[in-house]
Design a protein around this ligand. Structure first.
Ligand code: PEP
Length: 251
């Protein structure tokens, strides 16, 4: 049984006070949700205060990015061990916005994932095709390249702390969700590819999240697909009631 992960990516939204207020509102709404890994990813500056605010709750903390070195002359970067120090258990790596606006590549995603995992963080590694790539029939080859590059060299043990997020770029923040069948098709492809590259037991255990305009009214259909093990949620994670409705999709 793969425990579902529902992760909220708050992107560049909310002050420290707003972030703390959001988890204070969220915590009681999801307190009785068992058998689901609940994660929120505020901006870096709010991590530490949100960590204090979620203490004793079933909400876990993620950063939205990390660097691969532990320390040094790397102005502006944040190391995985500092994220742990701030209270993180998870980190999102290779989100399409980082790939698009900050020159993230499969090589940098791979270095970051390895550094995060070896520090004991759970890496949520994102992949996904653009609209032009989908319309040109390139979805599977793009996903294959991204999975091969982003997860290169991970060991079977590393996979216990690796989560994959399939996020079609055309569905992120656009209100366009992949249909249940479109998402399932790519998730199955990713699972089979992971089986080929890393072995069937890794593929059977790895959680593959869907991301792209997940909302309370479409989460149930997506989560009903056999290879969809959770959701990475942007816009709908910014309000406690909509994120809680996604977390409690099964009740
Ligand atoms: C995301 O930020 O990863 C995302 C999927 O955003 P949204 O849910 O707003 O499409």
């Amino acid at each position: 049984m793969r425990v579902p992960v529902i992760a909220g990516n708050w992107k560049l939204f909310k002050t420290i006070a707003e972030s703390v207020a959001l988890v204070h509102e969220l915590a009681p709404l999801v307190a009785s949700s068992h058998g689901v890994e609940i994660v929120v990813a505020p901006v870096f500056t709010a991590l530490s205060k949100v960590s204090d605010a979620i203490e004793g709750s079933n909400i876990r903390l993620a950063a939205q990015d990390c660097f691969w070195e532990e320390e040094g002359a790397f102005t502006g970067e944040v190391a995985p061990k500092l994220l742990k120090d701030a209270g993180c258990s998870h980190v999102i790596i290779g989100h399409s916005e980082r790939r698009q606006f900050f020159a993230e590549t499969d090589i940098t995603v791979n270095r970051k994932a390895k550094a995060a995992i070896s520090t004991g963080l759970r890496a949520i590694v994102c992949v996904g095709e653009s609209l032009a790539e989908r319309e040109s029939g390139l979805t599977f080859s793009v996903i294959e390249t991204q999975i091969q590059g982003s997860l290169a060299g991970l060991t079977v043990e590393d996979f216990t702390n690796t989560v994959v997020a399939y996020e079609p770029v055309w569905a992120i923040g656009t209100g366009k969700t992949a249909s249940d069948a479109q998402a399932q098709e790519v998730h199955l492809f990713i699972r089979k590819l992971i089986a080929k590259l890393f072995g069937q037991s890794v593929a059977d255990a790895v959680r593959i999240l869907y991301g792209g305009s997940v909302k309370p009214d479409n989460v149930k259909g997506l989560m009903g697909q056999p290879d969809i093990d959770g959701a990475l949620v942007g816009g709908a994670s910014l309000k406690a009631d909509s994120f809680a409705a996604i977390v409690t999709f099964n009740s």
